[in-house]
Design a protein around this ligand. Structure first.
Ligand SMILES: Nc1ncnc2c1ncn2[C@@H]1O[C@H](COP(=O)(O)OP(=O)(O)OP(=O)(O)O)[C@@H](O)[C@H]1O
Ligand SMILES: [Mg+2]
Length: 324
């Protein structure tokens, strides 16, 4: 068995200095506390809850409480260039304490994996819309989801963190259902893997970090301008549209095909502010989307989370309920 070092990320540097590197067996450390659930047919395969570009998420159980948990593992060798960023982002994530930011219960690091233990959630919002609500959610329900996410995002922004990858795949729903829909009070933002905490709140054009996901990317990132946490508000607007309508807010070329240069096309579309409100939504929903989808030339006028509370009082009212 390989020797590994367990890292407590909140105070990683300080604790490493104070305590000295704590050499422990990784498998003993993680699996002493948590047991991976195995496929009942093969017995030896871990049960996979999901995977993304970087991580694979497995089902496990807390040996003591018997609660099911999710273990997100990043293979360090195949993601060498991301490991430092992942460590940093997990540290920020673990320090978060908000009803709409998924909790990180434990972090482990071995020679092979960077592992984060989290509460086990139901499906992600992408799978839910795709498989259960292909034409979107009723607006009163979508509004509640939007507000829960807005309050989680406002919390991150108050801590100086830009999430940088807000999209339905990074939003997890609870298994609990209320009035026919996953409980909006338990919806969670996760995956801070692309997060950054820029000095003065501005990411300078010269330091644009590795990007998020193109369909949710604010135009100022696409064209390589400096930007602020308003890029998350833009992405949240896209999520709101997706859950209201079941499709993306912008048309990406003929018959949904990418044009020859995806990035160039995005830049041109957004410069012209091609938000196509040819769908039936309430005036309030249109208004919020129009405010968020400003063309590139007005990116600095896009509302912040705080602005949205002030401009749309229903957001604040619902938010109080969602944080109860
Ligand atoms: N706590 C959880 N409970 C249940 N499923 C989860 C949990 N965490 C993640 N998942 C599933 O695993 C998927 C991938 O997780 P995650 O987003 O953390 O990985 P990633 O590699 O960072 O993704 P990305 O491609 O967005 O960078 C999620 O989209 C979701 O479907
Ligand atoms: Mg993800």
């Amino acid at each position: 068995m390989r020797k590994i070092t367990r890292i407590f990320f909140i105070s990683f540097c300080l604790s490493a200095l104070a305590m000295g590197a704590e050499e422990l067996q990784f498998e003993e450390e993680l699996e002493g506390k948590y047991e991976f659930e195995k496929n009942p047919e093969t017995f030896d395969q871990k049960i996979r809850l999901g995977n993304g570009r970087i991580a694979v998420v497995y089902l496990a159980r807390d040996r003591k409480s018997k609660n099911l948990v999710a273990v997100r593992q990043v293979d360090k060798e195949s993601n060498q260039s991301f490991v430092e960023q992942e460590r940093k982002a997990l540290g920020w994530h673990k320090a978060c304490d908000h009803p709409h930011i998924l909790k990180i219960l434990d972090i482990y690091e071995s020679q092979q994996f960077l592992s984060a233990v989290m509460p086990r959630m139901g499906m992600d919002l992408f799978d839910y819309i795709l498989n259960h609500q292909p034409s979107g959610l009723p607006e009163p329900v979508a509004r509640k989801y939007f507000v829960s996410l807005l309050s989680g995002l406002a919390y991150l922004h108050a801590k100086g963190i830009i999430h940088h990858d807000i999209k339905p795949e990074n939003i997890l729903l609870p298994c609990e259902v209320v009035e026919g829909y996953p409980d909006w009070k338990k919806i969670q933002i996760t995956d801070l893997g692309f997060a950054c905490r820029p000095e003065g709140g501005i990411v300078p054009a010269s330091e644009i970090p590795r990007s998020g996901t193109s369909g949710y990317m604010a135009p100022e990132i696409v064209v390589g301008f400096s930007y602020t946490n308003r890029v998350d508000v833009y992405a949240l607007g896209c999520v709101f549209y997706v859950i209201l309508v079941g499709s993306f807010p912008f048309h990406y070329g003929v018959k949904g095909q990418w044009t020859d240069s995806e990035e160039k096309f995005f830049a041109i579309s957004f410069r012209e502010g091609q938000y196509c409100p040819s769908i039936s939504l309430s005036p309030a929903a249109h208004q919020i989307l129009r405010r968020i989808f400003r063309p590139l030339s007005q990116a600095s006028e896009r509302p912040t989370c705080e602005d949205l509370w002030t401009e749309f009082p229903w957001t604040k009212e619902l938010s109080k309920e969602s944080e109860e």
